[in-house]
Design a protein. Structure first.
Length: 245
């Protein structure tokens, strides 16, 4: 709901800006196929995340630097998703082998509902900013602040063994267990820590580059098509249960 509110406000500000300039707004910086011409993004197509279908997200509508940068934004989220999957698996193995408290499994599951939504929300703010190419609601500033906060978390989790988070500093404790299960947990621990660091470094790159990418000029419009525009299609609403199904 928070994402819907921000996008709606950005769209309204975008329309007001172009109406004041006397121009017809073409929301977004999207492409179709391999043609070098701009197409409006269909924000009414609710398709992400899979199964839940809460917002619109499509890399196929983008091209050039906008698409490349959006892939990096998406990667920061996918890496964290993979890291938490590895963390949950590690917690299950450690608890089953008697290396850790049973509470670690609950904490690992809880992290899915805390840090994954945070990472997804932040990545999507960046995606909207570079796709619309309009900094309404200070969306770029929001992205930078939220992503910087997450970077601090990722950096800490990559080293410090806090609760179910392993970190590099848990490796010596696992090695002392001298078992095949412990060795596999060491492997998962390395995957987790490197994943957090990779997402952290990639996020820093995105924080530094997002303004430049969002300020790039739009591509030319396709002269073979008639201009088609409807203000109603820009109203971004939450999908109904029937639409999600």
């Amino acid at each position: 709901r928070r994402v819907h509110g921000i996008i709606n406000k950005v769209i309204m500000d975008f329309n007001l800006k172009h109406n004041a300039e006397g121009s017809k707004p073409e929301l977004g910086h999207a492409y179709s196929g391999n043609t070098p011409f701009a197409r409006p993004i269909d924000w009414s197509s609710i398709n992400f995340p899979p199964l839940l279908r809460l917002v619109h997200f499509s890399l196929e509508e983008l091209q050039g630097n906008t698409k490349k940068f959006s892939i990096k934004l998406y990667a920061t989220f996918l890496i964290i998703f993979g890291v938490h999957c590895a963390n949950l698996l590690s917690a299950i193995i450690q608890v089953g082998s008697g290396f850790a408290s049973k509470n670690n499994i609950g904490y690992a599951i809880l992290n899915f509902f805390v840090f994954l939504p945070m990472a997804g929300y932040t990545f999507y703010l960046g995606y909207v900013a570079v796709s619309i190419k309009f900094n309404g609601e200070n969306i770029i500033t929001r992205y930078r602040v939220y992503q910087a906060i997450l970077c601090v978390f990722w950096l800490v989790f990559s080293f410090v063994p806090a609760g179910c988070f392993d970190g590099f500093m848990r490796i010596p404790k696992l090695v002392d267990q001298k078992s095949s299960a412990a060795n596999f947990c060491v492997f998962l621990c390395v995957i987790e820590s490197l994943g957090y660091l990779a997402s952290c470094f990639l996020s820093v790159f995105c924080i530094c580059r997002i303004s430049k990418v969002s300020e790039e000029p739009d591509p030319p419009k396709d002269p073979r098509e008639r201009p088609q525009f409807s203000y109603s299609c820009l109203l971004y609403t939450s999908p109904s249960p029937r639409d999600r199904g």
